[in-house]
Design a protein around this ligand. Structure first.
Ligand code: PMV
Length: 347
């Protein structure tokens, strides 16, 4: 009779304020990054592992939103191969993985962070059942360490709130192998931020983030960038602790534009922003500088714009987004989100 194990987790997407761009072998980030985990944008994953002795690679069946997705399998197999050395028991398994997102598919929102975080949490959970051991203290750290091997930013989606991944002297305990929650007490203004995600372009990215990271090898500005990221991390945490809104938004926007500047100056160079990305940026800056609304923007590796604001101004920002930014989105679509509390086990 075969034994089977089951786990189900939901994990949040996250948006980086200090960007991770460039890495070394073994999925080691070139600089430390800081992100906010989201609340509404999550991936929910369920895994059943059935013990099937005498195999040399786990049998994997994967469904996404109820449908088999063979084109997703190579990424999952690549991930399983990467974690096999620390989870050798997987070889004896038949894995059934089913997954779904709370945000619209092909919305241009990166789903690899929440997807690999949810999968790593499920597999780490099954491992504790398999070994009949529950080291609760290390559970999330171990899951983060593994999630990182699927997608670097996934390391941060294993925690809620603000999270740092990558070793930097300004964050005690920070580490290249796994993310850590940023426990520093923040000024009340930064206890929780809102994120309105403008879906400017719902197409596939023309350059994958794997290819983008690789272009940081031999990038003419690489060393200056890695130093700047470390300085910005330190300055941003200081601004969030002291409640310095202006400094926070300056750094947030510098990081977003800096990320895209790296793409635009790599060889080959490429542009992921669209005309409406720039139009949104101008309107957001006008709202902050002229209308004094506490709002700023950040960008991921794509055309979409994350409108970051202080929660106290949420209603004003809701109205601003509806009246000035919604029309810049593909099919008028945007998502209202905010800082979330992290992954949840689904029973
Ligand atoms: O996790 P990856 O390999 O998809 O890289 C993510 C890179 C950015 O989203 C652009 C920045 C970040 O830190 O999340």
């Amino acid at each position: 009779m075969s034994t089977s194990y089951h786990a189900a987790w939901s994990a949040p997407s996250n948006i980086a304020f200090i960007k991770y761009w460039g890495k070394y072998a073994g999925q080691i980030p070139a600089n430390a990054s800081l992100s906010m985990s989201l609340d509404a944008c999550t991936t929910r994953t369920e895994v059943t592992a059935e013990r099937m002795p005498f195999k040399d690679f786990p049998d994997i069946n994967f469904t996404f939103e109820g449908e088999e997705k063979p084109d997703f399998l190579p990424k999952i197999e690549h991930f399983i191969r990467a974690i096999l050395p620390e989870m050798p028991w997987l070889i004896e398994c038949r894995l059934r993985i089913s997954s779904s997102n709370t945000f619209p598919h092909s919305s241009g929102i990166a789903s690899s962070a929440s997807a690999f975080a949810a999968l790593a949490l499920c597999l780490t959970d099954i491992e504790s059942q398999w070994n009949n051991s529950a080291d609760k203290g290390r559970f999330f750290r171990t899951a983060s360490h593994r999630a990182r091997l699927g997608s670097g930013s996934a390391a941060r989606s294993v925690f809620g709130g603000y999270t740092v991944w990558g070793k930097d002297k300004c964050v005690v305990g920070s580490n290249n192998g796994y993310a850590v929650p940023l426990d520093d007490p923040m000024d009340d203004d930064f206890a929780r931020l809102s994120d309105h995600i403008l879906l400017i372009d719902r197409g596939q990215k023309s350059v994958s983030s794997t290819a983008g990271h690789a272009l940081m090898n031999n990038h003419p500005y690489a060393e200056a960038r890695f130093q700047r990221a470390s300085d910005n991390l330190h300055s941003m945490i200081t601004a969030m602790r002291s409640g310095d809104q202006q400094r926070f938004f300056d750094l947030l926007e510098e990081e977003a534009l800096g990320l895209h500047a790296l793409m635009m100056s790599s060889q080959p160079n490429y542009i992921l922003m669209r005309p409406n990305t720039l139009a949104a940026i101008e309107r957001i800056r006008h709202a902050r500088i002229v209308d004094h609304i506490p709002v700023g923007f950040t960008l991921d590796a794509g055309a979409n714009v994350h409108v970051i604001s202080l929660t106290e101004a949420k209603q004003t920002v809701d109205e601003f987004v509806k009246s000035e930014l919604k029309s810049l989105c593909a099919n008028d679509m945007y998502i209202c989100d905010q800082m979330g509390t992290g992954p949840k086990s689904i029973t």
